[in-house]
Design a protein around this ligand. Structure first.
Ligand SMILES: Nc1ncnc2c1ncn2[C@@H]1O[C@H](COP(=O)(O)OP(=O)(O)OP(=O)(O)O)[C@@H](O)[C@H]1O
Ligand SMILES: [Mg+2]
Length: 380
């Protein structure tokens, strides 16, 4: 017959959803009672999300059944769900004049985040939205070149920096504010400060959407941004080869950990159409993102082929969606922008946008840093 110790040992195989650490290691198992084949497990967790509770109940039941227990009761104590505000967005927001923040991320570098951010932002502006584009890739800012504002000197209004304007979009980049190369050395606290300033010290107008181009990966910049403003939508950019998809999973899991609704995936460099003979070749493969989207209960917003005009557009500051809206890629960016906007409306309506649960728990310690892990439920 299983003892309390046997059960506690078995619970060490149940990891907290989205994390590698077990619920025992997090200190979430508060009590275990056994009476013959009846067992009750009492948990106290930090997430108010019903899916976390459901997934834990399922995993615990599965593990304990192995011990021959059949009447398994899991009692979960969790914090109250964040209260909905009138605009259905809750939590901290250091740039409240912006209605919706969109985070463009990828698991690895060079897959086309900046290209996507530029074309989606311009597409939204072409569709009549008030749009901003923030280059938060402080390690390698290249939005200024891609929209043709490189070399321009930023102007001040009071103590705030006025964003540049191009193609109907308000734009700012750390690349326009610091000497070239300087940003590459930034780490930790400086990254947090830089992200905060890009949101707070730029005179962003009253925007419908601020599209934010992130550095590659899942690090300090992503966490700081998500804690500073309630992000309405995450877009994952990936190329279609399987190694890139593995990295994408990390990026999609990050959205989930940061409580960011995923608007969808952009499959970039999906096939190559030869400009001379129009033959289509699958250089990196294509269509693989559909499966990834299904796995994460999301959608493919667009499959963008490798097109010389996209690269030239980036190098010359002439976004393809603006200059060639009727090209295959132009149309797909426009459609992706529409789908993104629909998704943002749905998330707003369902009250899913909140960064309350990922706020730092202790002064100076982030909710997702290792130090805070036992308290907050995050471990990366
Ligand atoms: N679909 C495409 N067709 C042709 N060229 C493309 C396409 N997408 C991106 N590129 C080009 O590939 C290069 C990398 O793209 P981009 O800078 O957008 O990637 P990134 O993910 O932002 O990179 P980083 O991680 O370095 O910030 C750029 O020169 C860009 O013009
Ligand atoms: Mg980039």
């Amino acid at each position: 017959m299983a003892t309390v110790d046997d059960i506690k040992e078995k619970l060490k195989s149940v990891s907290y959803p989205g994390f590698t650490k077990s619920i025992v290691d997090f200190g979430f198992v508060k009590n275990v009672e056994v009476n013959g084949n009846d067992v009750s497990v009492h948990l106290e967790i930090t997430s108010s999300a019903p899916e976390v509770e459901n997934s834990l109940k399922e995993d615990i039941t599965k593990e304990l059944k192995v011990l021959g227990l059949d009447n398994i009761q899991v009692v979960v104590k969790k914090p109250e769900a964040p209260k909905q505000q009138s605009n259905s967005v809750s939590g901290k927001n250091i740039a409240p004049q912006v209605a919706n923040f969109v985070m463009v991320s990828s698991g690895k570098g060079g897959v086309g985040k900046s290209t996507t951010s530029v074309n989606i932002a311009v597409a939204l502006a072409m569709q009549g939205k008030k749009v901003g584009l923030l280059d938060a890739d402080i390690y390698g800012p290249n939005i200024p070149r891609m929209v043709g504002v490189d070399g321009q000197e930023p102007q001040l209004e009071g103590n705030k920096v006025i964003p540049f304007k191009a193609y109907g979009v308000e734009i700012m980049s750390m690349g326009s504010l610091v000497e070239q190369g300087q940003a590459l050395m930034w780490r930790g606290a400086m990254v947090m400060k830089a992200i905060t300033q890009l949101l707070q010290d730029i005179a962003w107008g009253k925007l419908d959407v601020l599209v934010i181009d992130m550095p590659p990966g899942t690090g300090d910049a992503q966490l700081t941004l998500a804690q500073s403003v309630p992000v309405a939508a995450g877009i994952n950019v990936t190329t279609p080869q399987h190694v890139a998809l593995d990295d994408s999973r990390r990026s999609l899991e990050m959205f989930s950990k940061l409580n960011i609704p995923v608007a969808g995936i952009i499959e970039n460099m999906s096939g190559f159409v030869c400009p001379n003979c129009q033959t289509e070749s699958d250089i990196f493969g294509s269509g693989t993102c559909e499966d990834l989207a299904k796995e994460y209960n999301t959608q493919v917003l667009a499959s963008i082929p490798i097109e010389p005009s996209i690269r030239v557009g980036g190098d010359e500051g002439k976004p393809v969606v603006y200059f060639h809206p009727d090209s295959a890629s132009g149309k797909r960016y426009l459609r992706a922008a529409e789908m993104l906007w629909e998704n943002i409306q749905e998330s707003n309506a369902s009250g899913a946008i909140s960064n309350e649960s990922i706020q730092p728990t202790t002064n100076g310690v982030s909710a997702c840093s290792t130090a805070a892990a036992p308290k907050s439920g995050c471990s990366h």
